[in-house]
Design a protein around this ligand. Sequence first.
Ligand SMILES: Cc1cc2nc3c(=O)[nH]c(=O)nc-3n(C[C@H](O)[C@H](O)[C@H](O)COP(=O)(O)OP(=O)(O)OC[C@H]3O[C@@H](n4cnc5c(N)ncnc54)[C@H](O)[C@@H]3O)c2cc1C
Length: 486
Amino acid sequence: MSKTYIEAANTLPVYDECDVLVVGGGAAGHSAAVAAARVGAKVIVMERYGYFGGDVTGGYVLLIPTLNWRTHSMNRGLLEEWFTRLDKNAPGSYIGPDLKYVGRDVPYVCDKYEYYEGCVNNREEPHTPLRSMYIEPTQLKLEMDAMVQEQPNIKALLHSWGTKPIVEDGVVKGVIFESKEGRKAIYAKVVIDATGDGDLFSQAGVNSLDSKISDFDHRDDQTALVWRAGGVNYKALALMRMKNFKTFMSFLQELWKVAGYKTVPFSTGRDGVVWFNNWLLGYNCIDLDDIRKSEFLVRNSIRPILDFCKKALPEVFENAYLYDVAPQLGVRCSRKLDGEKVMTSLDFAVNAQFDDVIAWSQTGGNTAPIEIPYSCILPKKIDNLIAPGRHLSADAGAIGALQLIPQCAATGQAAGVAAAVAALDNKTAKTVDIKKVQKILCEEQDVPLPRQANTDKALVEELESINYGRDTDRAKKIRAAAGLDW
Ligand SMILES: Cc1cc2nc3c(=O)[nH]c(=O)nc-3n(C[C@H](O)[C@H](O)[C@H](O)COP(=O)(O)OP(=O)(O)OC[C@H]3O[C@@H](n4cnc5c(N)ncnc54)[C@H](O)[C@@H]3O)c2cc1C
């Protein structure tokens, strides 16, 4: 509809002021808030739903993959803390190989995890365990609540929707938000847009990369509504996938005809329960019509899918029932930040070293980790806004690897530290002392970074021995595709 309405100018109450305002409480935003608070900043974290975790806890993305490279723990920090805390407070709420086994030749550990996709690197001999975990989302929700409540300098605003950045002369000064209390403003020294969809940067005058949202070649431009089935003999399904892949694939082909879209039942880490991950092509997660269609399409298909599964594979699904449907739509990718540095596929092929490195990106298998720079979460034009998480600045070829949960949590944690240091030192997001940020990440927040006083020497030697990953098959393939003859 092209009709318009002119909203009258309005005086808004200022709800609060803070050093760091984080909008969005998913893996990126939650990590940003906790990290900033641990540096000593006064933090407000605003979330449109009633809990933290976003896609992970609310979208039921139950697999957190590959925190290691070979024997090295590459994504530590707040993400590893989720698991150490769950070990203590809710034993049994996730499943995945222990850090001490990763990258090692331990057949009995591989045997234990072979049923769970992504927990064993079977692309190389000998097979080795990967630090990949299947989580129980509600237990993680409780733990994320605790991490926020433990910080007296974090104020959590739940059921509050950040709608508009306050921008003056190219500098972000705060955010207008909507809630049951009406429309109010918050002033902040630094704002972190962790909405995943660039809700704030898109309105602050920052461009989004890619106006083409639905690119069928890339998994990120697809929505999903994940649901779980109980009463399933998961081991029988896993055995079929492992020993009789052809039959498994024919089952999936028939399943996709019934569903009307691609969907696969995966492990949840519990024997009796599977999660139906899905990939809905051509639906844009920032378009209201597509959002509604995605929700209805999947919910309408659940009963036919269960009926089909019971008939097609009674040994697996005979007693299956609908366990639950994720409380929120699974959104993979929409707007992407036009950042100071745009990550591209080539960054995975030349293994660039960045002075402003804030995290490692590791996706497992026959690859090497790559460095993620601060500049890819910094918008080009605007200051005092940082945008970590799945909308960070990357082209269509690079975003697939960079929007995984470990990378979102890691860029979020770094954004939080950078925002806190900027606010407390009276600097801006762009002028912050990045060396100080890196030192805090490494020495106080358990984030392993290269070229720091405490960088793991064994890791450096191993990376040097493979020319920082430039000789991997994947890197060679990317360079060849780009026409680079080296
Ligand atoms: C179905 C599916 C399967 C996936 N599979 C995997 C996998 O196996 N492994 C993996 O590592 N990754 C996977 N991913 C990707 C990964 O889950 C996400 O990219 C990642 O969790 C995103 O984290 P985030 O914090 O950047 O964004 P989100 O998780 O989207 O968090 C954004 C948060 O901001 C809130 N929010 C949004 N807008 C506003 C607003 N305006 N005001 C206030 N709050 C707001 C949201 O409610 C949400 O809590 C998958 C994604 C999907 C959807």
